[in-house]
Design a protein around this ligand. Structure first.
Ligand SMILES: NC(=O)c1ccc[n+]([C@@H]2O[C@H](COP(=O)([O-])OP(=O)(O)OC[C@H]3O[C@@H](n4cnc5c(N)ncnc54)[C@H](OP(=O)(O)O)[C@@H]3O)[C@@H](O)[C@H]2O)c1
Length: 306
């Protein structure tokens, strides 16, 4: 049996380690391993929590503006995650991601996803080349046709880039329930590795047909707008988390409960909440650990947000 002195010593060492680990508050448990799920087309394992960059990363390319985002990226990789989703249409965000990845030396730890939103092959080609330059990389892990713009032409381009080894996976995205029918049609007609779509406790349409279809056909699914751009926090403002959620699911925030609701769906490969706040990044990463809600717990979460 360890002596009381040994226990105190180990406790002090753990506290010191926690203090050194950025953005994991010492009061919370040390990060356990982040859940990973396979990309169905390849079997490559992808951590279930990633990072979106729309609006949050559209900042000036100077040190003061980049510093908090550097911390967000460190929190992402320190927490065992890798997926960074951006787009040329997010203002300076794509160039910011490229600068952060290059300056931090973290490129090889990242799974970089970007998008093409052009009409016509030549315009798509120019935009994709600009993305390689902005992201300062020779290989983009995932390139997606943004909001189904000129889908078959751009997928043709992305397929060629994949054959050349410059892009590892290809996909399509949308963010509105009203586009799910179109998304479904594309998935039925065009072979893709990934689809990115909106799904959350506030927007559950995808779980009816799209998510089961993706699961059945082996299409990886990324979830955007998990907090409906933070609007979902208004639904629970001023309310405490229920005890059962903390005890049974180990969650310590509403954000974690909302993300676990999404991850409980087995068709979901990863979810990409956006943030410019390192503490939010660490918070979100905790959702990718421990138990996911079962059917009864999902129902209770639905009732909390009804
Ligand atoms: N068509 C498409 O392809 C498409 C469309 C929409 C989104 N997306 C992708 O999906 C990503 C996510 O969607 P989104 O940016 O629209 O919205 P979102 O992730 O649902 O919400 C982002 C907002 O939530 C806040 N937040 C993040 N973590 C939090 C936490 N733990 N606690 C409290 N607040 C938290 C952020 O605050 P702070 O700003 O203070 O950090 C931010 O304002 C996008 O950034 C983008 O990469 C793609």
């Amino acid at each position: 049996m360890p002596s009381r002195r040994q226990i105190l010593h180990v406790g002090a060492s753990l506290a010191a380690l926690a203090a050194l680990t950025p953005w994991f508050p010492s009061a919370s448990p040390a990060p356990r391993s982040l859940l990973k799920r396979p990309i169905p087309g390849s079997g490559e394992m992808l951590p279930v929590i990633g990072l979106g960059t729309s609006r949050t990363h559209d900042v000036a390319l100077n040190d003061a503006a980049l510093e908090p985002l550097r911390e967000v990226l460190r929190a992402l990789t320190n927490g065992g995650a890798s997926l960074l989703d951006t787009a040329p249409s997010y203002g300076r965000a794509e160039a910011v991601c490229g600068a952060l990845a290059a300056q931090s030396g973290l490129r090889r730890k990242l799974f970089l996803a970007s998008k093409v939103s052009s009409t016509g092959r030549a315009a798509g080609q120019r935009q994709v080349e600009a993305s390689f330059a902005a992201l300062k990389t020779d290989t983009i892990d995932l390139m997606q046709v943004h909001n189904l713009q000129d889908t078959s032409t751009q997928l043709g381009l992305l397929r060629d880039l994949k054959a050349q080894g410059r892009v590892r996976y290809i996909g399509v995205t949308h963010y509105l329930d009203s586009a799910h029918e179109r998304l479904f049609d594309v998935l039925r007609q065009e072979p893709v590795d990934f689809v990115q779509l909106n799904y959350s406790i506030g927007e559950r349409n995808a779980e009816r047909e799209l998510l089961p279809y993706c699961m059945d056909k082996g299409i990886a699914v990324l979830i955007n707008r998990p907090f409906q751009r933070a609007a979902l926090f208004d639904r629970v403002r001023g309310r405490s988390l229920p005890d059962w959620a903390a005890v049974e699911l180990g969650v310590t925030s509403w954000a974690q409960l909302m993300l676990k609701f999404i991850l409980a769906n087995p068709a979901v490969t990863a979810v990409i909440p956006a943030t410019s706040n390192p503490r939010y990044m660490a918070d979100n990463l905790q959702a990718g650990q421990g138990n996911m809600p079962d059917a009864a717990q999902r129902q209770r979460i639905i009732e909390l947000f009804a």
